[in-house]
Design a protein around this ligand. Structure first.
Ligand code: ATP
Length: 315
């Protein structure tokens, strides 16, 4: 990563709750103005890691620093946090709720109100300003809470499962908001159990399974751990060419899918041609984060994240 400044760093974090280890040796390096995803199934320890990073709870052992501080609570005004349990005062008009969230982070109420109106306008929700929170849908309230997370213009934002509970359109809007924040120099850390969001947004990821970080690094590096993926359709259903396909190859909707053998494409092509497979379509593509996740964290963790193995998709 060269000389790039580091916005957050965790080293060997461990957290025990009543003798049960919730976090087991997690390390994390987050460059400034990057988007970093913490991926893992429910209960993997993501929330606990984020809370330790934020200084809400202390680790049993290990160290963390946020924007150069090892007591992050002291720089709360520079940090935005969207917790997993969300809550706003139901009777408050939206603009007041936003100004109030800013005030909690040191922003004068007057300034908060004017920023609130601007944020609502920018996100196409100017008409929500006077509506009491209780009249908003759950997804709308979540959007408000998210705007409240950035109203004080923090340098670093931490979002715990920010996409959960949003419909597809609002998920897209949130992805754009995250990109805009990073482009403006804000560092973003978010947790998710949906690999696609991380794949689209993140430069770096940490994959957490049962409290342990099984991977931490660039998304590119994770994807580079697998050889490219072959997608193949043939006219022949069977034949000697089948021996050239790895045992792990799966057939989905008439298409074979497998990691390119270590020997490369040539021997595979030769076997397909000489074995009269009758190639209909063939593509060799870089492995996606999904494939990398399964290779790194294992099928069990992928299943817990709602991933359906390709061999079962067609069933
Ligand atoms: N305050 C606490 N006291 C006792 N156990 C806890 C506490 N907080 C978390 N745990 C336990 O630690 C483990 C990790 O929980 P955590 O909430 O960090 O996971 P997660 O990956 O964020 O999952 P989820 O998305 O479901 O919240 C779980 O087994 C949980 O029950």
């Amino acid at each position: 990563m060269g000389e790039r400044p580091i916005a957050a760093r965790a080293t060997d974090l461990v957290k025990d709750f009543d003798g049960k280890r919730a976090v087991d040796g997690v390390s994390l390096t987050v460059p400034e103005s990057s988007i970093t995803g913490i991926l893992g199934p429910n209960g993997a320890g993501k929330t606990t890691c984020l809370r330790i990073m934020l200084g809400i709870i202390d680790p049993s052992s290990g160290t963390r620093s946020l924007l150069g501080h090892d007591r992050p609570i002291e720089i709360a005004h520079e940090i935005g946090y969207l917790p997993e349990e969300r809550g706003l005062y139901p009777a408050m008009p939206t603009v007041e709720a936003l100004a109030f969230m800013g005030a909690l982070r040191g922003l004068p109420l007057k300034e908060g109100r004017s920023r609130a109106l601007k944020l609502l306008e920018q996100s196409g929700h100017a008409d929500w300003a006077k509506r009491p929170i209780r009249t908003l849908s759950k997804g709308m309230a979540q959007t408000v809470q998210l705007l409240g997370t950035i109203i004080h213009e923090p340098r670093l934002i931490v979002l715990d499962e920010p996409f959960a509970g949003l419909d597809a359109i609002n998920q897209q809007k949130l992805e754009q908001l995250i990109r805009d924040q990073a482009a403006a120099g804000v560092t973003v850390i978010f947790s998710t159990h949906v690999i696609a969001h991380a794949e689209r947004l993140c430069e770096r990821i940490a994959i957490i399974a049962e409290g342990k970080a099984v991977f931490e690094g660039d998304v590119d590096e994770a994807r580079g751990r697998l050889r490219p993926i072959v997608h193949l359709r043939t006219r022949a259903k069977d034949g000697p060419w089948r021996d050239a396909l790895p045992r792990s190859a799966s057939l989905v909707g008439g298409e074979w899918r497998f990691e390119l053998p270590a020997s490369g494409p040539e021997p595979l092509l030769k076997a397909l041609i000489e074995g009269s497979a009758g190639i209909e379509t063939l593509s060799i593509e870089r492995a996606g984060l999904h494939d990398a996740f399964i290779a790194i964290a294992g099928e069990a963790a992928a299943r817990q994240m709602g991933h359906v193995p390709v061999s079962e998709e067609a069933a």
